[in-house]
Design a protein around this ligand. Structure first.
Ligand SMILES: *[C@@H]1O[C@H](CO)[C@@H](O)[C@H](O)[C@H]1NC(C)=O
Length: 426
């Protein structure tokens, strides 16, 4: 008798879960359709100002070479910044740096509305910016988007500094595959334990360019820059697009050389070492990272050969810049930044290292997780942080979604999605 009741209860629970899942799916599809409805009328354009830097620093818009003589020792931080946030490239860590810089200088961010990206993967439209009509002077834009140069230029001032970050495409592919596979139906029918390896053995067997979310599986960087990720690698449009990206972006950082990238950024934007302090956010539990064998790595690079071309191009220009900056000077500065960061770890982080989601005490410190697992690590704030450091520590450790909320961004769609996932325990 007891057993039967248990069974019934279990069946009810199962039915309830199924019903919730169905309701959830239907509402997500509806929301998705609503959010992708194309707006056919063209909204009015507003002229963009030359600069949105505070008046007193207008001269910072001139290039440093023709600054007036008496100003030659003054370096005014550049505050008009477009950060093209690419996927799975450590860009969340960089976003935290930008958020703090923006708060420090009271800058105005061009944020999306209702979610944490600009309707990705639709190409960016100026109407995606919250409050596009009012208070037209935006300093910083930095949330995920599919880049669309012409539309971005209609939102930001003309002296905007464009930056972005790239990562080794083989590593990026593995990371993207792992993080997004549950929302890419093409991967669901891949057999076996090691799906990445199986996919790479014969990608064309599983890949189809019109599959839902298929762009996460091929040349994702090139796609994020608004280009066609399925082009033949020898297509002349590939070379042309790379040239356009090189012309548009003033600094292309490399994730594998994050500290060096930040030093170059500091140098070009006239920032201070204090502005560069960071903790690695959103990193994955090591046990969930599958190390690619040399053979698989070669396959991943071949499969993502456009991204590989892109990466090699900007790796070259990156090291040319390091050379121009001075190798020794760079080594010294990177050592200084690492020393400062290590100091901050001691001051701010309990135990001095990241912990799994289940061991994070404060909800405010919980990072966003990929669907179906809790592989993203987070931190606990030290209990007795010196008063002078309390605010900085908290900000440095705050995950992206919580920080966006603190900055006043309305994230109802993102949060609803999070709640539903919790309810159905997905
Ligand atoms: C990047 O550039 C450095 C310095 O020129 C070089 O040693 C390295 O092999 C390059 N890496 C790639 C992936 O091209």
């Amino acid at each position: 008798m007891f057993f039967v009741t248990m069974l019934q209860e279990w069946r009810w629970q199962l039915m309830f879960k199924c019903a919730t899942a169905v309701c959830f799916l239907v509402s997500m599809i509806l929301l998705y359709c609503l959010s992708t409805v194309q707006i056919n009328f063209s909204p009015p354009e507003f002229p963009v100002p030359l600069s949105c830097a505070p008046q007193s620093s207008q001269h910072s818009t001139q290039s440093t070479t023709n600054v007036l003589q008496q100003d030659s020792n003054i370096c005014v931080p550049k505050v008009d910044i477009m950060f093209m946030k690419t996927h799975k490239t450590g860009s969340s860590t960089f976003l935290n740096i930008l958020f703090r810089f923006g708060e420090k200088h009271k800058l105005k961010f061009a944020f999306p509305n209702s979610q944490n990206d600009f309707s990705y993967p639709s190409p960016f439209q100026r109407t995606h910016v919250h409050g596009y009509k009012t208070g037209m002077c935006f300093n910083i834009m930095c949330n995920h988007m599919r880049f669309n140069a012409a539309e971005v230029a209609k939102v930001l001032p003309r002296d905007t500094f464009y930056i972005t970050i790239l990562r080794d495409p083989a590593e990026l592919f593995e990371s993207s595959f792992h993080y997004f596979s549950r929302i890419i139906p093409l991967t669901w029918r891949i057999p076996g334990e090691h799906k990445v390896a199986e996919f790479l053995r014969n990608p064309n067997l599983y890949f189809s360019s019109d599959g839902f979310n298929s762009f996460y599986l091929k040349n994702l960087l090139f796609f994020d820059f608004g280009q066609d990720n399925t082009l033949d690698p020898d297509d002349p449009r590939v070379e042309k697009s790379i040239r356009l990206i090189a012309e548009r972006f003033h600094l292309v950082m490399i994730m594998e050389h994050f500290e060096e990238s930040l030093i170059l950024l500091k140098d070009t934007l006239c920032w201070e070492m204090d502005d560069l302090l960071f903790f690695k956010l959103n990193s994955r539990k090591q046990s969930t990272v599958s190390k690619l064998s040399p053979e698989l790595r070669a396959k991943a690079l071949q499969w993502n050969s456009i991204d590989w071309r892109l990466y090699k191009h900007f790796n070259l220009t990156f090291w040319e810049r390091v050379e121009a900056y001075g190798r020794d000077r760079m080594t010294k500065d990177v050592a200084e930044l690492r020393r400062r960061n290590a100091e901050m770890v001691k001051i701010c982080i309990e135990g001095g290292h990241s912990v799994e989601a289940g061991n994070i005490h404060e909800e405010a410190m919980q990072p966003w997780q990929p669907i179906g697992e809790k592989s993203i690590m987070g931190y606990n704030l030290n209990k007795n942080v010196d008063k002078a450091y309390q605010e900085l520590c908290r900000k440095m450790l705050t995950p992206e979604i919580q920080y966006l909320t603190d900055l006043g961004v309305n994230l109802w769609l993102t949060k609803l999605w999070g709640h539903v996932r919790n309810i159905i325990d997905w």
